[in-house]
Design a protein around this ligand. Structure first.
Ligand code: 8OZ
Length: 366
């Protein structure tokens, strides 16, 4: 372990809003599709999160706020009593291990498939525009379909889905929540001038396209208080056939509107989600960071060296690691002690049981 590593405040406590973190390393939300029964977590999921509790903060895998919001087979929800009970196991296990965990609130919008919806309903979106790509359903990959545009009358009910899920997450004992407004899912489908072609007050101008996410944030803050709520954006990521033509303008406006709400953090996917960081010449995440007054959580392809440099130069307050946490439950200790990282097995990423999930050992056992 080098002195540069030991002296970095990456490994020192940090207060994020009302949540006290043991260090500045965040376990990123990671979909693992291991909740096949009632979309509810079990002891196995609790064990997986417990093993990773030395992260300063764990963000849960993306968690459906309603059946309508579900777009991937075997992903968990946070809207029924069984799901609250399942997540209680998770939150208790993480807390017992002195960790902190927040719930990522997710509605996929058009990235769903009728086979995952109640009565084979069409997925919903800002507008009836079909994404290129396929959905992960219980019977394999299926082409996306043309979604149905939400009516103006349905918007209050949609916001209520977020409020209800936020209240369920609170009862489950999470430390807070993250609103998933990234990666081409429903909230970004409203933000984007490409996927949002509405002509009512939720489409057209930047103000109108940002309206839904701001109303959702208000609803979630009404449950949790602003100091336990964060939000995730991916302004330039092509994930899930997303495109925004002037992201700096849109996200600068969001910063201006979100700053007075005093959220706990803003989480940025810097580049193409899970891919290259330098995909948008001319777009500067540091410029965007300067517009936000809250804690800046950086994500996408960070190595330990990059994280140390980010703290040295203060280009981020908190650093997310995603895939490295899968095969290295003790990632923080490995970083501190200079222990080589284990590589994950891609075959066991999604679905299945304990194999490739809770059986990656910590370097020193446990
Ligand atoms: C990978 C596989 C399935 C879902 C995201 C929730 O992109 C996801 C996701 C990622 O945010």
């Amino acid at each position: 372990m080098s002195t540069e590593t030991t002296q970095s405040d990456l490994f020192k406590p940090f207060k994020m809003g009302a949540i006290q973190l043991a260090n500045r390393i965040v376990m990123a939300p990671l979909t693992r599709s291991r909740s096949p029964i009632n979309d509810a977590p079990t002891e196995m999921n609790a064990e997986y999160y417990r093993q990773r509790a030395s992260a300063g903060l764990i963000i849960s895998e993306a968690t459906n706020i309603s059946q309508q919001g579900k777009g991937y087979a075997f992903t968990p929800g946070i809207y029924t009593e069984a799901q609250v009970a399942g997540w209680k196991l998770v939150a208790e296990a993480v807390h017992k291990a002195n960790g902190k965990i927040i719930c990522q609130l997710w509605h996929v919008g058009r990235i769903s498939h009728p086979s995952l919806q109640k009565d084979n309903a069409l997925p919903v979106s800002a507008s009836a525009i079909k994404p290129v790509g396929q959905s992960f359903t219980e019977s394999g990959m299926k082409d996306h379909v043309t979604p149905r545009a939400l009516t103006l009358e349905e918007i209050p009910g949609l916001i209520e889905q977020y409020r209800h899920a936020a209240a369920c997450a609170k009862r489950a004992g999470f430390d807070g929540v993250e609103i998933h407004s990234a990666n081409g899912y429903l909230l970004q489908q409203f933000l984007s001038d490409v996927t949002n072609q509405r002509t009512d007050q939720y489409g057209g101008s930047i103000e109108n396209r940002c309206r839904l996410v701001l109303e959702v944030t208000q609803a979630v803050v009404s449950v949790w208080g602003s100091e336990r709520v964060g939000i995730r954006f991916s302004p330039v990521s092509p994930a899930n056939d997303m495109k925004e033509t002037s992201p700096m303008k849109t996200y600068s406006y969001l910063a201006e509107k979100l700053n007075p709400m005093k959220l706990a953090f803003v989480h940025l996917v810097e580049g193409s989600t899970g891919g290259p960081r330098d995909i948008a010449p001319g777009f500067s995440f540091q410029e965007l960071k300067s517009k936000f007054t809250t804690v800046y959580m950086a994500n996408n392809g960070y190595t330990l060296e990059m994280a140390l440099a980010a703290r040295e130069k203060n280009t981020a307050d908190l650093i997310c690691f995603g895939r490295p946490f899968i095969a290295n439950p003790d990632l923080v200790e490995r970083f501190k002690e200079g222990i080589p990282l284990a590589q994950l097995d891609p075959k066991t990423l999604y679905g299945g049981g304990a194999e490739g999930y809770t059986d990656y050992p910590a370097a020193h056992g446990k």
